[in-house]
Design a protein around this ligand. Structure first.
Ligand code: AMP
Ligand code: MN
Ligand code: MN
Ligand code: MN
Length: 296
């Protein structure tokens, strides 16, 4: 068991501030994630389910039972310049009515989108994908492409989820349905006005952006009150971590660290297993000390 000495974040290195449970598209319950985080030496943890905060109380209680400090978390889907961008919120007040309503609105279109995705897949001979995906869904509000991917692998259409996304679930492919998510300013505003810090998730994944669009994302994010960027994430290569460490300095952003763990055997980075943040960066948790809930 790891316990932080005297409620201090000063010497903290193993923060994992990005992962998913069955409340969105992860396969583990919040309690199982907390146990895994503890086993892997995580000292400060946040569960960041997509567009949903329904797992927060369970995650915090389980974290505390393992002696781990906890920050509230979510990962909001945003449409920006024709791409989906993910904004992680950390340390917000989960009682915020504005945040809850915003997240509910963002989740709202998922069911219709899923039915349209299934119709697209049916046209290329893949029957029953909506019902198939539903078998993998823990939260009916949160049916996602990940659940379709798991079904398509299980049904033998592809060898792994990566292949499903490449062949069926990305722009221009039969199961892809364009969707309008939250606006950047809305997501950043909901998080910030609830007392939290907004963070650009896995910036290297928005590969369709031109340099101008990427610059616009970072500058508009800051203009709306966004304060952080993920530098160390399970979806960055070593070279991308170095690149976004420099971007964090250039834009004077706090740096975050999170595995983006979804499922054993599916996610390439386990909870708590990333390298530490480069020393030249200011960790996002340095401004969140007041928002951390400590084990009893
Ligand atoms: P959605 O919010 O329904 O559009 O689904 C997005 C989710 O799909 C992401 O949060 C990831 O969990 C997953 N995802 C996206 N791209 C890939 C990929 N290439 N391979 C595996 N999972 C992916
Ligand atoms: Mn996901
Ligand atoms: Mn994401
Ligand atoms: Mn994620």
């Amino acid at each position: 068991m790891t316990t932080l000495a005297s409620h201090s974040l000063t010497h903290l290195t193993n923060a994992d501030l990005h992962c998913h449970s069955t409340v969105s598209d992860g396969t583990l319950e919040p309690e199982a994630l907390a146990a895994r985080a503890a086993a892997n030496g995580v000292e400060l943890w946040a569960l960041t389910d997509h567009d949903e905060i329904g797992g927060q109380q369970r995650a915090r209680a389980a974290a505390h039972a393992h002696g781990i400090a906890y920050l509230t978390g979510t990962e909001i889907s945003v449409s920006f310049a024709g791409e989906t961008v993910h904004i992680v919120g950390l340390g917000f007040d989960e009682q915020s009515a504005e945040l809850s309503a915003g997240l509910a609105g963002t989740r709202g279109g998922r069911e219709a989108r899923a039915r349209d995705m299934a119709a697209g897949l049916a046209q290329v001979g893949i029957k029953g994908a909506y019902e198939g995906a539903l078998q993998y869904v823990g939260n009916p509000d949160l049916i996602s492409r990940t659940h379709f991917a798991r079904f398509l692998v299980e049904a033998g259409h592809c060898n792994d989820t990566n292949e499903v996304f490449r062949r069926f679930l990305t722009d221009g492919k039969p199961g892809f349905v364009p969707h309008r998510w939250a606006r950047l300013g809305e997501a950043v505003g909901w998080i910030s006005r609830a007392g939290g810090v907004a963070v650009i998730a896995h910036p290297a994944r928005y590969s369709r952006f031109t340099p101008t669009e990427e610059y616009a994302l970072f500058s508009e994010f800051k203009a709306h009150g966004g304060r952080g960027v993920e530098v160390m994430t399970g979806s960055h290569s070593a070279a991308e971590c170095i690149k976004y460490a420099d971007v964090a300095l250039e834009f004077d952003l706090l740096a975050s660290r999170g595995s983006d763990f979804h499922a054993p055997g599916e996610s390439r980075t386990d909870l708590g297993s990333l390298p530490a943040l480069p020393g030249k960066l200011t960790p996002v948790w340095e401004v969140l000390a007041e928002r951390v809930s400590w084990p009893g």
